[in-house]
Design a binder for this molecule. Structure first.
Ligand code: HEM
Ligand SMILES: *[C@@H]1O[C@H](CO)[C@@H](O)[C@H](O)[C@H]1NC(C)=O
Ligand SMILES: *[C@@H]1O[C@H](CO)[C@@H](O)[C@H](O)[C@H]1NC(C)=O
Length: 396
């Protein structure tokens, strides 16, 4: 009786009503504060089903490296070599955050890049007018969105310029010309950029469709090729010197390029050993079977001993490119970019990877394209570099 009375009393109704309202407030408040903390955490984990959609919005989802200290940032240690060399696309998806990597080698690299752009302009920078909208699109994205959001300790956005806080310099947000845009990218980012567009197949080919061709570039650190000689060429023609490309890669690459959705960003890495540490290398680093034959014959006759190339193992470096590939959402051009890393062989030994690299060198001729051994000039440096990596006599 008392209970029923109490339950029905206006006092109880008032208290329970207040409780319900308080509970509701608490729930709403928790939701709001949760979503606040979630959005300030640096890595928003997209839901699984969103990840596979490759939304173009991903280009705007850039998390700041608030504490980034350029002078103390160690270069990435990329070790992509395997026991046997299999020529594959070898790509993996990455977030827009990881489009550009910066580290303490920046200043030295940038100084070299400025010098190369001034002294070898047409070797490192060229374009066809058709690529202008794509260069402008990417330039604008990098300067107004990517760089200031990702590296706030280096760049701040001003109304018409990107302000470089390290050197107190202003970079225009609107490029004065396509050449200037490519030059500014090359002088400020330690990454080489190549722009490709789908080009309709000529009627003479008797086929429908298009193929991707190189239409513009700023490449200060080519590894053994002249980028200008690749301008206007298709992916297949660009890779003509690469053994196994036509058989093992061409079809999958063409399919991949044709289907690549804007918002999907991929990365791959290559590796090689070079007998010097020139970053700007328009020749060397690679060899063809014909060159090898010329080396081994003299006046058309087989030589007893092949002419030894003079180099010091201590000058050899492991050279690795971190390459990225993605489509620009507005112009549809594909941007291929790479940052070059060089590691002294002594570092590889010191970190305990000497044997792993020596195995990988042996494995160049044991995978699906044995011709890689010649193409990467292993026939020149292989034996001595392996001895050095294994700490054997004769490796010095
Ligand atoms: C998924 C995309 C790609 C793959 C799998 C790929 C694969 C390769 C491989 C395996 C090599 C041999 C290099 C070595 O191992 O030493 C190579 C060389 C090269 N690649 Fe690519 N590549 C790709 C995209 C591109 C694009 C978009 C360009 C644009 C211009 C390009 C330009 C070159 C050049 C210039 C060389 C040197 C060729 C020479 O020796 O003349 N690659 N590529
Ligand atoms: C921005 O700062 C870096 C680091 O000091 C410098 O090397 C680079 O050249 C600067 N960029 C411009 C446009 O001056
Ligand atoms: C590339 O093609 C363009 C036309 O699209 C032509 O004007 C230019 O001379 C060509 N350049 C080279 C290096 O073949």
């Amino acid at each position: 009786m008392r209970d029923t009375l109490f339950h029905q009393s206006p006092l109880w109704l008032g208290i329970s009503g207040l409780l319900i309202i308080l509970l509701a407030f608490r729930t709403v408040w928790l939701r709001v504060s949760n979503s606040k903390t979630r959005s300030s955490i640096s890595v928003p984990a997209p839901r699984k089903e969103l990840q596979s959609e490759f939304s173009v919005d991903s280009y705007d989802q850039i998390d700041p490296l608030e504490e980034f200290d350029l002078d103390n940032e160690e270069p990435l240690k990329i070790r992509p070599f395997k026991d046997k060399y299999y020529l594959t696309m070898g790509i993996e998806n990455i977030a827009a955050n990881d489009l550009i990597v910066m580290d303490k080698t920046y200043l030295a690299r940038i100084n070299l890049r400025k010098h190369l752009i001034n002294t070898h302009t047409s070797d490192v920078l060229a374009y066809n007018p058709i690529i202008t909208p794509a260069v402008t699109e990417y330039y604008t994205y990098l300067l107004t969105i990517y760089l200031p959001r990702r590296f706030p300790t280096i760049y701040t956005l001003h109304p018409t310029t990107l302000f470089n806080t390290t050197t107190n310099t202003h970079i225009p947000l609107t490029p004065p010309s396509t050449a200037a845009a490519l030059r500014i990218l090359g002088e400020n980012i330690d990454t080489d950029f190549l722009f490709l567009l789908p080009t309709p197949l000529p009627p003479s080919s008797g086929k429908e469709g298009s193929k991707y061709t190189l239409q513009g570039f700023i490449t200060c650190f080519p590894s053994g090729f002249a980028t200008l000689s690749k301008l206007n060429l298709s992916l297949a023609d660009i890779h003509a010197p690469v053994p196994g490309y036509a058989e093992k890669l061409e079809r999958s690459m063409d399919k991949f390029f044709a289907a690549l959705p804007a918002g999907r960003i991929v990365r791959r890495c290559n590796w090689g050993v070079t007998t010097d540490d020139r970053l700007f290398a328009m020749s060397g680093n690679h060899m063809s079977e014909d060159e090898l034959r010329d080396r081994r014959t003299h006046n058309g006759k087989e030589e007893e001993e092949e002419e030894e190339e003079v180099f010091d193992v201590k000058d050899c470096v492991l050279r690795i490119e971190r390459q990225t590939l993605h489509r620009l959402p507005r112009t549809g051009a594909v941007v291929f970019a790479f940052k070059t890393y060089q590691y002294p062989l002594g570092d590889i030994v010191d970190e305990g990877n000497g044997e792993a690299l020596a195995k990988a060198i042996e494995g160049l001729g044991e995978g699906n394209v044995p011709g890689m051994k010649v193409y990467k000039r292993e026939v020149v440096w292989g034996e001595r570099v392996k001895r050095f990596l294994r700490g054997e006599a004769g490796g010095e």
